[in-house]
Every structure is written in structure tokens, then in C-alpha cells.
Design a protein around this ligand. Structure first.
Ligand SMILES: Cc1cc2nc3c(=O)[nH]c(=O)nc-3n(C[C@H](O)[C@H](O)[C@H](O)COP(=O)(O)OP(=O)(O)OC[C@H]3O[C@@H](n4cnc5c(N)ncnc54)[C@H](O)[C@@H]3O)c2cc1C
Length: 541
């Protein structure tokens, strides 16, 4: 697989995943797949990378860039350029599978330090060359594409150090290219945790978390990345901005918030200071519940969040189809427990599974669990113990590996997430479901995984056979209708995946002209020549 398109789009480590039995059964039943269908290999992408376009940056400028960062850190070979042309948006994966890369970057530069970044941006400003800062390229919203070519500035090779763990302030300062596991290990070794565990945790960076404004699986307790950032340092085309790690300030408006979610359009984040929390896994409490229906389960979630006794860390609720799918895949159907649940009125197709974990001080976690159980039981929930949550946590990053083998057999699969207030949650859930299910032969699942006093996110997953021959146009049309359905029914465009180019066309409708003018004014001030991640990012010029 070396240097093939497949080696670029394949998620995570490069081992090839087999679909587990339960998933095969699901595809067989839902899409009437035959044994032959499972032998197919659709757009496998095992050809060697070969780009038609050669770099367009003049050899003189290339030499200047090599003088700054060293010859070995300025790459113009086809594979380096191809592997920095896309993130993990479904349409991008299709393009890579077909070997279609219309706009690769001209060069991939791995700067060795911040000084080099300053010098590179100076040259790019003078020469009007586009610069796209990138971490692990796990963006699912077309945030790392290079429609104007230019430079993909990869921060993972050198800017990947943990600068300082401050135990008195409980904070950590890191360079942007640190990957999740490296950060978490360094913190765990000292008795702390970063508390930020996106599903892409193993293959995403702190800079990407901040720039794309992400959320981890324990965000209900620890907060989104927005809540975790204390200070930032950013190299913009017109100078450096550094914020300080004050616990709070009233110094005009919040500079950090301008850059959190800026997706590389304003500058390069070169340092991030995050809050950290004590790591005491031995104190954690876990609970799972089965509810009779989604309505009573969401009510219960809301009551728990608004009760005033604190928030669980992991707080997750699968809707009836996702619950039924999980039960089926795990071989739960027709087991003794399944029959028992049915007898008690927890019926397949209606029942919903909730997972809770609480971290922190031992007495606190136990008290919280008691209180949560009380509220859940009042809403008719059945307490199903701690084991299902612990098992889920052990394989929490695994489902990301399903997408490639599903696409190999011609199954389109994607996820979209949104944020919504409690009073509109059920309406949005059913409207978006209706839209997704209006496509023939489509399996639609949803869950809530980030919960607030005022509302929650909804995360939709869909699977449907690809329209072979017209895979991308078919997907884009369906995706367009999906975002329309979310937007028209009062959901946010994104809760934690960011906007990128995929959702940019909806930004003005969502924000309004005046607000977009404000974003553009900030952009024009910091990046007057429009070189930072250009090309309809965030709906900006
Ligand atoms: C399987 C899978 C699961 C995912 N699950 C989650 C999840 O649970 N939660 C979640 O929040 N997201 C999730 N994502 C989305 C993605 O992983 C996040 O957006 C992540 O934060 C991106 O990090 P990255 O290092 O890969 O950044 P990249 O993809 O490389 O970049 C993302 C954006 O940030 C900009 N950027 C990156 N580094 C810098 C920097 N130093 N300075 C300025 N701009 C920069 C880029 O220009 C781009 O616009 C998932 C993605 C995949 C593929």
C-alpha cells in the first residue's frame, strides 16, 4: 500500500480492517447484499500516486523557502503533495479513491520553529502564495484543501513538543502539532488528564482541535475545546498575537475566541495553553440505562443537566435505531437479557441506551451516580450496570475504522452533527431523520453525545449503497439536502466538526450579512492579501 492513494485515505494506522460479523449481517439485511456483493472492491485506490500538475511556485522562491526550512523540509514530490491535498470529508475520500486530485498544494513545508513560520508567511505575503496550516489532516469539512495550491504548512513534524506542565495552575502549554495520545500520556504520567477525547483522538493534533473548535467524548464534564483554552500564540501575516493565561479577564472582548474555530484563515497557531484536570481513573463511576423511548430519555438527560449537582463527563444517548443496531451487532438480540427487557416493556425499535461516566473525587462520583440513577429511574429507565460503558470506552476509537471497509464494498457512510436547544431537540431529530430516511435503502442512526444545561448535540450516522458511477454527485446532493434540513429546522451548522468549505455556503444564511462582514473585517485586518487557507473557507472571501 506504500505511496498509493489508499495509503493516504485509509483511516488511522495502516492495518486493513475486516467488517465484524454483526456489521456484515446488517448490510446483508438492510441492503440485500449477496455473498458476491461482499467480494466486490469498489474504488479500492491501490494505484500509485501520480499527479498531473507540477508545482507552479518559481524555483527562485522555492530556493528561498529551502534556505529557511532546510532542503529536506520543503517537499515537492507527488506523494507528499497528494497526501496534503485532502482531509477526511466523504467526498474527498471518493476523490482519492479515484485518484482525482484537482488542486494539490505546490509544496509541503514542515517548519522547524516559529521563526521559520514568520519568514515563510513574509515571503508568501509578498508573492501572494496561499498557506494552509495543517495538523493531522483529519478535517471532515474540507478544511485543509488547497484550491489555490500554495503551501501546506505541516506542523506535526517539529512543532510537536510539550512546553510546560504547570501543576500549580493546572495547565499545560504545548506546540500545535502534538497528537492526542502523546499529550495524554505526558499528563497521565504526572497525574493529570487533558479531558479532550475526540473520536479522532489518536490521529489529530491540539492545533487542529483548537482551530476546528472541537469537542471530545467527555466534553459534558470537561467542556469543549473552547472551554479548555487558556492562552494562544498565533503568527498572522501581519504580526504575532499572544494571549495570556489569566483565569479570567475583562480586557475588552475575548481574543482567544477569535482564533478558536478560525480554521487556519487568520494565521498559524504556534502555542496552546490548555486547562488540565486531575487524573484519577480509580474513582470513576459508570452507569448505563435502558429507557422505554427517546422522549423519556432526553427528558431525563435534561433534568440531570439542570438538577444543579454537577455534570457527568461522558453522557451519551443512542436513539432507537442506533440502540437496536448496537444490540444487533453485539449479538444481544434474543439473549436472556433481551427477553427480560422486552418482558418489562423495553421494546426493540423504541428503547434507547444511555451511557454515563463521572470522573473526579471518589465521594463526588458516587454521589453523582446515585443522583443520576434516581432521576433516570423516575423517567422509567432500567439500570443496566457499569459493564456496557466500560466495554464501550475500551473500544471507543474503533468505529472510525469501519468507514473504509464499508466504502470498499460500495456502502456510502457519513456522519453529521448539530447543536440544538432542548425545546427544539425532538423536532430537529425527527425532521432530520425524515429527510435522511427519504432516501431509499438508507440506515439512519442518531445519538446525543455532548450535553448542556440548555440543549445538546445531535449526531447522525447514515449508511446507504453508493450510486455506482455517480458516487460523488449523489453524495453531495444528499449531503446538501441534509444540511438544509438541519439549518431550516433550527440546528447549528456544526457542533464540533467546524465549517471548512463543506458548510461554508450556509454561513451567511446562518450568521447574517452583518456578522459575516465582521468576520471578513477581522480576516482583512490580519490577512490583508487573503493568503491564509483561502477559497471559501468559513464563507469568507
Ligand atoms: C474518524 C473521525 C472522527 C472524528 N471525531 C471527532 C470528534 O469526536 N470531535 C471533534 O471535535 N472532531 C472530530 N473529528 C474531526 C477532526 O478530527 C477534528 O476537527 C480535529 O480537531 C482536527 O485536527 P487535525 O490535527 O487533524 O487538524 P487538520 O484536519 O489538519 O486541520 C483542521 C483545521 O484546522 C486548521 N489548523 C490545523 N492546525 C492549525 C494550526 N496550528 N494553526 C492554525 N490552523 C490550524 C487547518 O487549516 C484546518 O482548517 C473527527 C474526524 C474523523 C476523521
Amino acid at each position: 500500500m506504500d505511496k498509493t492513494y489508499r495509503s493516504i485515505f485509509k483511516w488511522g494506522d495502516k492495518r486493513e480492517e475486516k467488517l465484524e460479523k454483526g456489521v456484515v449481517e446488517l448490510v446483508r439485511e438492510e441492503f440485500q447484499y449477496t455473498d458476491q456483493d461482499f467480494q466486490k472492491r469498489i474504488l479500492y485506490g491501490d494505484e500509485l500516486v501520480n499527479l498531473a500538475q507540477k508545482p507552479t511556485i518559481s524555483s527562485e522562491i522555492q530556493q528561498q523557502l529551502r534556505d529557511i526550512s532546510g532542503k529536506e523540509n520543503v517537499r515537492d514530490d507527488d506523494f507528499s503533495r497528494a497526501s496534503h491535498a485532502f482531509g477526511k470529508f466523504y467526498g474527498e475520500l471518493l476523490d482519492l479513491r479515484k485518484g482525482e486530485i484537482a488542486h494539490p498544494p505546490d509544496l509541503v513545508i514542515t517548519p522547524r520553529n516559529e521563526d521559520e513560520i514568520v519568514k515563510i508567511l513574509d515571503i508568501c505575503q509578498q508573492e501572494n502564495i496561499a498557506v494552509t496550516p495543517v495538523g493531522a489532516l483529519s478535517s471532515v469539512t474540507r478544511g485543509v484543501e488547497t484550491p489555490r495550491g500554495g503551501i501546506s504548512l505541516d506542523l506535526t513534524k517539529y512543532l510537536n513538543k510539550i512546553i510546560k506542565i504547570n501543576e500549580s495552575d493546572t495547565s499545560v502549554q504545548v506546540e500545535p502539532g502534538v497528537f492526542g495520545p502523546v499529550l495524554e500520556k505526558a499528563l497521565n504520567d504526572k497525574g493529570y488528564t487533558c479531558g479532550h477525547f475526540p473520536q479522532s483522538f489518536e490521529y489529530s493534533t491540539v492545533g487542529g482541535w483548537v482551530a476546528a473548535r472541537g469537542a471530545g467524548q467527555a466534553s459534558t464534564g470537561y467542556g469543549k475545546i473552547d472551554d479548555l483554552v487558556l492562552a494562544l500564540r498565533i503568527v498572522t501575516p501581519v504580526g504575532i498575537i499572544e494571549t495570556k493565561d489569566f483565569p479570567a479577564t475583562a480586557e475588552a472582548w475575548d481574543l482567544n475566541k477569535i482564533f478558536i474555530g478560525s480554521e487556519g484563515t487568520l494565521g498559524v497557531i504556534t502555542s496552546v495553553t490548555l486547562k488540565i484536570r486531575k487524573y484519577r481513573p480509580e474513582n470513576s463511576a459508570f452507569a448505563s440505562f435502558v429507557f422505554r423511548d427517546f422522549q423519556s430519555a432526553t427528558q431525563s438527560m435534561r433534568k440531570i443537566m439542570q438538577a444543579g449537582f454537577g455534570f457527568p463527563h461522558l453522557f451519551r444517548l443512542s436513539d432507537p435505531v442506533e440502540t437496536a443496531t448496537a444490540f444487533k451487532i453485539k449479538g444481544f438480540d434474543n439473549s436472556f437479557s433481551d427477553k427480560f427487557l422486552k418482558m418489562r416493556g423495553y421494546r426493540p425499535g423504541e428503547r434507547c441506551l444511555m451511557f454515563v461516566s463521572i470522573e473526579g473525587d471518589k465521594e463526588y462520583t458516587h454521589l453523582m451516580k446515585k443522583k443520576i440513577k434516581k432521576i433516570a429511574r423516575k423517567s422509567g429507565a432500567f439500570y443496566s450496570g457499569r459493564k456496557p460503558v466500560k466495554e464501550w470506552l475500551e473500544q471507543r476509537y474503533e468505529s472510525a475504522y469501519l468507514r473504509d471497509p464499508l466504502m470498499d464494498i460500495g456502502v456510502m457512510t457519513d456522519t453529521v452533527e448539530t447543536s440544538v436547544s432542548w425545546d427544539n431537540l425532538l423536532n430537529l431529530w425527527s425532521e432530520v431523520r425524515n429527510y435522511l430516511e427519504s432516501r431509499r435503502n438508507t440506515h439512519v442512526m442518531a445519538h446525543i453525545s455532548h450535553v448542556y444545561e440548555n440543549g445538546a448535540n445531535l449526531y447522525f450516522t447514515f449508511l446507504s449503497p453508493m450510486k455506482q458511477g455517480g458516487e460523488k454527485a449523489d453524495y453531495l446532493e444528499y449531503h446538501h439536502g441534509l444540511i438544509d434540513a438541519i439549518h431550516n429546522n433550527g440546528g447549528s451548522l456544526s457542533h464540533h466538526h467546524g465549517i471548512g468549505r463543506a458548510l461554508a455556503p450556509w454561513m451567511e444564511g446562518e450568521m447574517g450579512k452583518t456578522a459575516m462582514g465582521l468576520f471578513q473585517a477581522v480576516k482583512d485586518h490580519l490577512d490583508p492579501k487573503g493568503i491564509m487557507n483561502p477559497g471559501n473557507m468559513l464563507g469568507l472571501r
